[in-house]
Design a protein around this ligand. Structure first.
Ligand code: ZN
Length: 91
């Protein structure tokens, strides 16, 4: 095993070769993509990477400059704000 594969960032998959011999394949783990908390749509303007690289990135690359930016999508924010505004008018 190569030293770089002795890391938890690689997923180990056991494969059976046509000859019947078992080998281990190393696959880089997939990164979670930022999604809207309500409708689960993929968020624009938010980069996704491994946590170690996210920590080094600037804040502007990880979020959108608006209330609930980087957490809710534009449609959900719009309906959320409308509902709050309508709620205050009724009272
Ligand atoms: Zn949404």
């Amino acid at each position: 095993m190569e030293p770089r594969f002795r890391s938890r960032s690689y997923k180990q998959i056991k494969k059976k070769l046509p000859s019947g011999k078992m080998t281990i394949h190393f696959v880089k783990k997939k990164v979670n993509v930022a999604v809207c908390a309500v409708c689960k749509i993929r968020l624009n303007g938010v980069k996704s990477d491994i946590p170690a690289k996210l920590k080094k990135m600037s804040k502007s690359k990880k979020t959108v400059c608006r209330p609930y930016g980087g957490y809710l999508c534009t449609k959900c924010i719009r309906t959320n704000i409308k509902n709050k505004y309508m709620g205050t008018i009724k009272q």
